[in-house]
Design a protein around this ligand. Structure first.
Ligand SMILES: [Zn+2]
Length: 316
């Protein structure tokens, strides 16, 4: 029986999996996302990650029935544009044809958060709910909405909970506007804030921890360690992030009255259940109908959810 591949292309890492027809992961590989070299370097990294996962599964990539890729940025007909967290990737680049040529199998591409939320709907935390909101708390804050078992796409840009406004005239967001949820809760925004606060004389172990663990960014793991060390600045920034997430999620629930909220992404997955409960408490403060709150759950598929979700793009 034919195996299929799935790749989650993230801003910091590339996760590749090979699945058998039952959906069991039979090979996997993880590698860092290149920081330079533009789209061609990223395509090379995707191909070598997939080769490694296929090798672990005992096949070569051209034996796969197909490969799905979850990518950041705007995805249109196999091309990806404006992938802000990838190196020099602004103009549209034909990811699917370039990767397909290297691996010898058909490649489908879709939005990374969308495929991860589809996987949660089918196999994970969302499978018992007709309608739910997926919140992907990571470098940015992504989202997707499932309504009556189907993802609501709007005119193509639905689900951008990260750019709902949680404070009028608030902090500047990467998107250029002010007061967006992502400006308070995105890992990238929190790191910029931490650097600014340090420049203004605030004390924190965040950056020592980063160097000690050989990182150049404040990864989810570094934030988690800083919280374990009771770092004051880390606690302050994460508390604000949790408050902002609670407000953004509550506003969405007030508008759509969804059955559940599923929280994933790099930070969401790393922090897990205890932080899901903190976000839920913040959400409750703003719910218009608090006696009938939605279920709030961590994503069920963990770190591999994005790659498994991407593999569902392959037609069986
Ligand atoms: Zn924004």
């Amino acid at each position: 029986m034919a195996l299929r591949g799935g790749i989650d292309l993230g801003g910091t890492k590339i996760e590749a999996v090979v699945l058998d027809p039952d959906g069991t992961v039979v090979g996997q590989a993880r590698s860092p996302t290149p920081h330079e070299g533009g789209p061609p370097a990223v395509i090379d990294a995707l191909a070598s990650g997939l080769r490694e996962a296929a090798e672990a599964a005992g096949v070569s990539t051209d034996e796969l029935s197909g490969v799905g890729v979850g990518s950041p940025g705007e995805v249109d007909n196999g091309s990806v544009a404006h992938a802000r967290n990838l190196p020099d990737w602004d103009e549209a680049y034909p990811l699917s044809s370039a990767l397909s040529e290297q691996v010898g199998a058909p490649v489908s591409v879709a939005n990374d958060v969308g495929v991860a939320v589809d996987a949660e709907a089918k196999l994970g935390a969302g499978k018992d709910y007709a309608s739910f909101l997926g919140v992907w708390w990571g470098t940015g804050v992504g989202g997707a909405i499932v309504v009556n078992g189907k993802r609501w796409l709007g005119r193509g840009a639905a689900g951008e909970i990260g750019h709902t406004v949680v404070k009028l005239g608030g902090r500047r967001c990467e998107c250029g506007r002010k007061g967006c949820l992502e400006a308070y809760a995105g890992r990238g925004a929190m790191e910029r804030r931490a650097r600014r606060d340090v420049a203004h004389g605030e004390k924190t172990d965040l950056f020592q921890l980063m160097e000690k663990h050989g990182r150049t960014r404040l990864t989810s793991g570094i934030w988690a360690r800083a919280l374990e060390h009771d770092d004051r600045l880390a606690h302050k920034l994460i508390r604000r992030a949790v408050e902002a997430l609670g407000a953004g999620i509550a506003s969405t629930v007030n508008l759509l009255d969804l059955d559940a909220v599923v929280i994933g992404g790099g930070l969401g997955t790393r922090f897990g259940q205890p932080y899901v409960e903190k976000i839920e408490r913040e959400m409750m403060k703003h719910l218009f109908v608090p006696e009938r709150p939605p279920a709030v759950l961590p994503a069920g598929l963990g770190d591999l959810g994005g790659a498994i979700g991407a593999s569902l793009l392959v037609e069986p």
